[in-house]
Design a protein. Structure first.
Length: 448
């Protein structure tokens, strides 16, 4: 049996949902395929539960800060199971809202997986088929696994959210977003954490700020070992031991988290049969308009090699739907100057070029302004860590091509500065802006 639509979307993560909703607003007949829960990685195994844990980490720190400045209370451990249930209740509410919105938009939700049998046809798990003139691949990605002995003794990021208790001693293998974020969250909530990274933390972020975060994490008690090369894991009576090709045996640990990247969910889609190109890692290859090598087939989000951020997938999907069904033939996402925040402790944010990338592109025309300072909330409590903010400028008129910030509150303050950079910000514009005092954000408009 075959049913015709204008658009089929494979995957109901944030990007797939955004694409389906926008296409339906333009009057398209849409089918959305998702065999699992609505919302995908972001809602269930990524942004949302991670941010909930991040808030819990901030509240744990705030308890200690309150005592330090005179509040009559004693910081206590989190009731992990209660907090897990609170988090699940919040996520369940998101799922219900998505289901209601799909019904209101008259989008057909098909709770099955599908694979291509033609460029315009998808075969479902039950053997039935759907047809559409346009099909969007939005199946996302999953944590990478490695063929190492004992790999199964550890968790991947998805598994952290299923824990029923906080582990006491944790090893985190990796140095990217996931490793850095979970290191701060787990340590703040009471775990002893050691990060085992191959090189530096947060490759792709400004090296100076990544190093400053490294030092702040160590000051909080997180152990960080660079140039690690983990070859295997084994369980003993004392806990999990790791074999490091550089340092030898490490451990014991009560829990192990592998944060070694992600891989796209493409292997079950039968893309070869319809001529859709993929790269060596399995990402769907797309052009600037989200088109694949096969006419009528498009891809968005983490299943491509584009920046793996939820807002990027959402924005790309909406622009694609506007182009296909909204009468906007030139609509496409501008991938330049996309802001990004690592919800580390403290958070680190950036928009635009790092200093390294700017110097490679513009050479001696690059001018850098930095500000290091102790945030007021830290100074009041006697904590002597420093925030770091950096402007990367180019030319005699000092056009701002990069903004980088590390410290409390930068996750919220960076959004407005990202708008300004997108509109062609110059250093003189910041100089002409009256500061908000006392705040950390004022440092970005007061640099000499």
């Amino acid at each position: 049996m075959s049913t015709s639509h204008d658009l089929i979307v494979l995957g109901a993560g944030s990007g797939g949902l955004a694409t389906a909703f926008r296409a339906a607003q333009h009057g398209a007949r849409v089918a959305l395929l998702e065999p699992a829960a609505l919302g995908g990685t972001c809602v269930h195994r990524g942004c949302v539960p991670k941010k909930a844990l991040w808030f819990a980490a901030q509240w744990a720190q705030a308890q200690q800060f309150a005592v330090d400045v005179g509040f009559a209370s004693t910081p206590g451990p989190i009731d992990w199971e209660r907090f897990r249930q609170v988090r699940l209740h919040y996520i369940d509410a998101i799922d219900r809202r998505y289901a209601q919105r799909l019904q209101e938009a008259q989008i057909q939700l098909v709770q099955q997986a599908g694979r291509f049998v033609a460029a315009d046809a998808i075969e479902l798990t039950d053997g039935s088929r759907l047809q559409a003139s346009h099909i969007v691949i939005a199946t996302g990605a999953r944590p990478r696994t490695l063929p190492l002995p004992g790999f199964g003794l550890g968790m991947v990021s998805d598994d952290v959210f299923a824990l029923h208790e906080l582990p006491r001693r944790v090893a985190i293998v990796g140095g990217g977003y996931v490793a850095t974020e979970f290191a701060g969250l787990l340590q703040a909530l009471g775990s002893e954490v050691e990060v085992l990274a191959h090189e530096r933390l947060l490759e792709g972020f400004d090296a100076e700020l990544a190093q400053a975060l490294h030092e702040l994490m160590q000051a909080q008690g997180i152990r960080i070992s660079l140039r690690s090369a983990i070859r295997s894991a084994r369980r003993t009576d004392e806990g999990i031991l790791l074999d490091d090709a550089v340092a030898g045996s490490r451990g014991p640990y009560d829990a192990l988290l592998w944060a070694v990247g992600r891989v796209p969910n493409t292997e079950a889609l039968a893309l070869d049969a319809i001529g859709v190109d993929t790269d060596q890692q399995g990402h769907v290859v797309v052009d600037a308009r989200q088109d694949t090598s096969t006419a009528g087939i498009h891809a968005i989000g983490d299943v491509t090699a584009r920046k793996a951020l939820t807002p990027v997938a959402v924005a790309a999907g909406r622009r694609l739907a506007d182009r296909l069904f909204g009468g906007e033939p030139q609509a496409q996402l501008d991938y330049e100057n996309i802001p990004s925040v690592v919800f580390s402790k403290p958070p680190l944010g950036m928009v635009g070029l790092t200093e390294e990338a700017a110097r490679e592109q513009y050479g001696e025309a690059v001018v850098v302004h930095c500000s290091r300072f102790t945030p007021m909330q830290w100074a009041l409590t006697g904590w002597h860590g420093q925030s770091l903010m950096k402007l990367v400028c180019v030319g005699s008129d000092e056009r701002v091509v990069g903004i980088h910030a590390l410290g409390p509150g930068v996750d919220e303050m960076l959004q407005g500065f990202a708008v300004a950079l997108k509109l062609g910000l110059h250093k003189r514009d910041l100089d002409a802006t009256v500061a908000i005092h006392p705040s950390s954000a004022e440092e970005l408009v007061l640099m000499g």
